[in-house]
Design a protein around this ligand. Structure first.
Ligand code: F3S
Length: 427
């Protein structure tokens, strides 16, 4: 791999041992990928701190969170003192909501661990956004900007909707990127790798966010980690629709980028989205495909009586919370059902000020932040059947927790929360 003089100096220790370790990791990683060089980045979204009991014990034995960062972010057996982040950096979702730890079944020592991790991240200058949707709370890289982001649903949004450039990085590469301001130049950093591979003809109206999730789920399974170009979309899908489409496509497949002709920034036309390439396949999405996707998402669901409704995967926007409040205001959740709604912490504070948190609480639900059920492995005790308005959560949580999961619209889920039964079908 070719390094600039500044990068060689970092590798040789000019900026201290942690930066040298970070550069060493990036060189090894880049060479394994076949990257010829690194590219500068000033936008990193990652994970640091001791996020599991194992890491907590590791920190206790090896000398604190510098040791955890050395081992798990820098792949360094030697413990190095971690300097402040060189780049703009923000923290992704965590393993708990410290303000709802009891409901999540977490012991006080886990909350202490969380708080220590947060203090460590803050001391490095990492923004404590604690969300899978950093783009909803102010991290909006510009078109063409090179980033180093983790979290599949954020990566696909970053590439597709914002037109910024990132691969799906890991804890190690984002840790190294925030100390060096570099990431390997490969994959979606390179212009020609961002062209479409599959043409998708949309032949059914997508009425709501749930419809966009089903559409993404169907397409992701077919294209896997390649790049679909969607033609036939009328109007401009809003943030929740694009968020759910990408999250679903990266769930059933490994989609890191999509184009919607006339909507996303690198697809003004079908021709521009493909560039010199020709589509390897043309996919049709009509009523039959929509039904098939719905049945696949609901594959685990049998019993209609539910005990849990989880909303906010990916984390809800303020407008989605407002929508829930419209559906919920003046009603009570069934006594056998828990309703948890996840959003970034910054949005929860806005929801508090707007009175939305109060409406949800009055109905018997909880507005939570920083995590979700899949990340925290936390569901209300006694949950056998849950309902979701997210394809991604309906795909993962039943597999993770051994429960049944229904997927429907937000209105279907709120109705189920109030009645204690999921009665909806695809309309
Ligand atoms: Fe976010 Fe959890 Fe879904 S981290 S994308 S809410 S699985």
């Amino acid at each position: 791999m070719r390094l600039t003089d500044a990068e060689k100096a970092m590798l040789e220790g000019a900026e201290g041992p942690a930066v040298a370790r970070a550069m060493d990791l990036l060189v090894r990683y880049g060479e394994a990928l076949g990257a010829e060089r690194l590219v500068e980045t000033n936008n990193v979204c990652g994970t640091i701190g001791a996020t599991t009991p194992f890491m907590r014990d590791f920190a206790a034995e090896r000398g604190g969170l510098d040791a955890v960062f050395s081992e798990f972010n820098l792949d360094s057996a030697e413990v190095v003192k971690v300097p402040k982040a060189k780049t703009y950096a923000c923290h992704l979702q965590q393993g708990m909501d410290p303000e709802n730890a009891e409901a999540m079944g977490l012991k006080p020592e886990m909350v202490q661990l969380f708080r220590r991790g947060e203090a460590f991240s803050a001391s490095l200058g990492v923004q404590l956004m604690n969300t899978c949707t950093p783009y909803q709370v102010g991290n909006l890289p510009k078109k063409g900007e090179h980033c180093a982001w983790m979290e599949s649903s954020a990566v696909v949004y970053c590439n597709s909707v914002l037109g910024a450039r990132t691969n799906t990085e890991g804890r190690e590469s984002t840790g190294a990127a925030m100390l060096t301001g570099r990431i390997p130049y490969w994959g979606l950093h390179i212009e020609e790798n961002r062209r479409g591979t599959h043409l998708v003809r949309l032949e059914v109206e997508l009425a709501d966010v749930a419809d966009w999730g089903l559409f993404g789920y169907y397409i992701g399974e077919i294209v896997q980690d390649r790049i679909p170009v969607i033609a036939g979309v009328t109007g401009t899908p809003d943030l929740p629709r694009l968020k759910h489409f990408g999250a679903a496509a990266s769930t059933s497949g490994g989609v890191e980028m999509y184009h919607i002709v006339g909507v996303t920034p690198e697809a003004p036309t079908v021709e521009a989205a493909f560039g010199p390439k020709r589509p390897v396949e043309t996919i049709r999405y009509g009523r039959a495909e929509r039904r098939l996707a719905y049945e696949r998402v609901n594959a685990t669901a049998r019993d209609r009586e539910i005990q849990f409704v989880m909303l906010g995967c990916p984390h809800y926007s303020l407008e989605q919370i407002r929508n829930v409040c419209r559906l919920l205001e003046g009603r009570r959740i069934h006594p056998d059902v828990s309703l948890w709604i996840f959003t970034p912490r910054a949005i929860r504070q806005l929801a508090d000020r707007n009175g939305y948190t109060r409406i949800i609480k009055a109905a018997g639900g909880k507005l939570m932040s920083d995590t979700c059920s899949a990340m925290s492995r936390a569901i209300p005790p006694g949950t056998r059947v849950a309902a979701f308005d997210s394809v991604k959560q309906a795909h993962y949580l039943p597999a993770i927790m051994g429960i049944q999961g229904w997927f429907g619209t937000t209105a279907d889920c709120i109705e189920a929360a109030v009645r204690g039964r999921f009665e909806a079908d695809l309309r």
